[in-house]
Design a protein around this ligand. Structure first.
Ligand SMILES: *Cc1c(COP(=O)(O)O)cnc(C)c1O
Length: 227
C-alpha cells in the first residue's frame, strides 16, 4: 500500500469508528449508516487512492463532472454506488438517470416529469430521494417541510414514484440537530425509510437523529482545492 492509501484508509476508519460510536449511543448499529464519500471537486489522485483503499460509495454534485470521472470507471468497479447530491436541471435528467444509482435532490414536479421520461427511455430506475429545505431558506433548493406530504402524494399518483429517502442541508449558521430531527419526523410521518443528512462537521449528530447515510467530503478526502 502506498502512503496515500494508508492515510486515506486511516481517515476512513476513524470516521467509521465515530459513526459506530454515535450509532451505538443511539441504540443503532453501524451497519445502518452508509458513508458516502463526497468526491466533488477532488483531484483525480485522491479518487484513485479512495478506490485503492476499497471505498465504493461516492457523492457528486454536478452531473457533467461526475460523468467524466465515473463513466469510464464503471467497467473496472462494477460495485460502485454513485449518488447525485447537487441540484439537477431537467435537461440533464437523462444523463443523471444513466449514471447515478441514487438521485437525492428531487425537489419539483417538473424535474419528476423529466426523470420519469428519462427512466422510461433508458430503462434505468435510480433510487429517488426528495430534498427538503428544512430551514426554509430562499436561496436553497428543496421542498418546504409543510409541502412534503402533498409533494410525495403527487410523485406517487402522477409518476408512480415511490420515494426511498429524504435529504437535507441545514442552514450553515444554525445548530444542525433540530433540522435533522425535523427531517426524521417527516420521514416517519410519511413512511420513508432513508435519511441522507450530516456532513464533515456534523455527521455524528446526524447519526444520532437517524441518518441512514452521511455525506462526508473534506474529512475523508482532505480539503477541496479552491480552483
Ligand atoms: C459538498 C457537500 C457535502 C460534503 O461537505 P463536507 O463539508 O466537505 O463534508 C455534503 N453534502 C452536500 C450536498 C454537498 O454539496
Amino acid at each position: 500500500m502506498t502512503d496515500a492509501v494508508t492515510e486515506f484508509a486511516a481517515r476512513r476508519n476513524d470516521i467509521l469508528k465515530r459513526i459506530g460510536t454515535a450509532a451505538r449511543a443511539a441504540d443503532r448499529s453501524v451497519g445502518d449508516v452508509a458513508l458516502v464519500g463526497v468526491s466533488k471537486k477532488q483531484p483525480e489522485d485522491r479518487i484513485e487512492t479512495a478506490l485503492a483503499s476499497g471505498h465504493r460509495v461516492f457523492g457528486e454534485s454536478r452531473v457533467q463532472e461526475a460523468e467524466a470521472r465515473w463513466s469510464p470507471r464503471r467497467v473496472d468497479y462494477p460495485d460502485l454506488e454513485l449518488r447525485l447530491i447537487g441540484p439537477l436541471q431537467t435537461n440533464k435528467a437523462e444523463q443523471a438517470v444513466a449514471l447515478f444509482d441514487v438521485i437525492e435532490t428531487l425537489d419539483r414536479l417538473k424535474l419528476a416529469r423529466a426523470l420519469r421520461k428519462a427512466m422510461d427511455r433508458t430503462g434505468r430506475c435510480p433510487s429517488l430521494y426528495v430534498q427538503v429545505n428544512t430551514g426554509e431558506e430562499d436561496q436553497k433548493a428543496g421542498i418546504a417541510p409543510h409541502d412534503v406530504p402533498d409533494f410525495l402524494e403527487n410523485l406517487r399518483s402522477e409518476f408512480g414514484f415511490e420515494i426511498d429517502g429524504l435529504m437535507c442541508i441545514p442552514p450553515v449558521d444554525e445548530p444542525a440537530g433540530p433540522h435533522f430531527a425535523l427531517l426524521a419526523d417527516l420521514a416517519a410521518a410519511n413512511a420513508i425509510a432513508n435519511l441522507s443528512m450530516g456532513m464533515s462537521d456534523d455527521f455524528e449528530t446526524a447519526v444520532k437523529f437517524g441518518a441512514t447515510s452521511v455525506r462526508v467530503g473534506s474529512a475523508l478526502f482532505g480539503t477541496r482545492p479552491s480552483a
